[in-house]
Ligand binder design. Sequence first.
Ligand SMILES: Nc1ncnc2c1ncn2[C@@H]1O[C@H](COP(=O)(O)OP(=O)(O)O)[C@@H](O)[C@H]1O
Ligand SMILES: [Mg+2]
Length: 491
Amino acid sequence: MCIIEITSNLHFCHQTGKTECTKHCLQYLANVAGSGNGNVETRILLSNPILESFGNAKTLRNNNSSRFGKYLEIFFNHRFEIGGGQNTNYLLEKSRVVIRGEGERSYHIFYQMVTGLEPKLRRFLELEYNPSSYFYLSQSNSLTIDGVNDVEEFNGVLSAMYELGFSQDEMNEIWKLLSALLHLGNISFVETGDRRCEPGNDAAVEAASKLLMIDPFALVRGITVRVMHTKGQPNVDITLGVSEAEAQRDSISKHIYYRLFDLLVNRVNQAIGISNECIQGRTIGILDIFGFEIFDSNSFEQLCINYTNEKLQQNFNEHTFKLEEEVYKKEKIQYSHVFYIDNTPVLNLIEGRPTGVLSLIDEELRVPAGSDRGFSQKLQNYHRDKPEVFSSAPANSDFFMIHHYAGSVIYDPEGWVVKNRDRLNEDALEMIYTTQSQFMRILFPQNDANSAEATKKKGLGLKFKVSCHKARIILETEFTLQSIEFQLTCK
Ligand SMILES: Nc1ncnc2c1ncn2[C@@H]1O[C@H](COP(=O)(O)OP(=O)(O)O)[C@@H](O)[C@H]1O
Ligand SMILES: [Mg+2]
């Protein structure tokens, strides 16, 4: 059993070639351990363009930046041939669907579909040829990538999907949903009174409602009204203002895309799945995550990404320095001690209980009137005396700074409580449950109420911590057997 961990540990560590490196590793494995039957290694290779199309995007620094973490496990049979694979995805950056930095793009698939889809289907989806027709795509002023032809890319994705056994119906459902999101984004709102608004363009409402198979009246109500439930009292409608309705619209779009991405990963896994011949434990895992990031404004997503990198760095420290030194000592080999920064204090700051960042942001879900500011003030009160890992930010009393192993990052806590809650509110869910679309019903099963309950108890941050720990347990157990690490250096 062996694991290949592709991460980078220097400042600004995106675009150091991690993803390209995983592809080379995979290609190499396919060449040396191709299966005799079924061509499963080809299917595993083909899963890449599909997942990249839906999970990668152009950022300022990388035209094909991975916006999700991926752990691909490859299984072998008794002849040491590839017998199947399994992808696990971590934390897709769903905010990118509705907003992103100037000069960046949303996920590739939107631009590929808009420019590449065949005319008959496009008429049904009411799609324009130009991505600039869609607010979700045009707002960041970047529609194309130099040297990349989105139509050709789309054809590549289509043929990969065919090869992996996606049916035409299944693919049409996906295009329908993506188009619905673009129409949804085009619904603007006009103020009709104090904290009250209505859609400014009926065409976008009608197109979105047709494709989501939700009655237009229900769709608009789900976006512009919140229902207040009080025990023993009749429900009361609370109308929303323009910015609140926009936020509700965007929240719906993000969640739909997020679930679509999960479904896609599961669907790809089915297609590359493990054959009966695979031997338990005979696997190679390739972990490719997003690099450590420092943006001008850093929010909850960056904290989660940077936390993952801290975890992996700790793993790297332990196995590359501590354990290696032990082996050298045991075998009485002369060595000179390599200095490295132990990042345990920063990890304690983030994941420690009960006063770590993740615990405190979760507490705000449970306390009455939990707020971003309340979270930040508590965090600062608990940790102000730890200058080696934490400081307040001079410019704004709500901001705080974490001194990560790879650099100091100022975090802006605005919106963290909502992001950590990570769920659609009941009104939006109720609206979605009225859909007549079978595909939407698969994405949003009615027993979701259970998961909404679960979310009240544990937010996104702590769920993320659990998945980080799981990944680390995999790393721990597998490293003890054999390890290959590719550490990439920024040139
Ligand atoms: N081995 C390589 N061969 C050619 N181009 C590469 C290679 N590695 C990286 N690149 C270029 O750098 C860009 C960023 O690489 P990528 O693997 O996406 O970075 P990361 O995953 O570390 O953010 C790629 O889009 C590609 O243009
Ligand atoms: Mg990458």
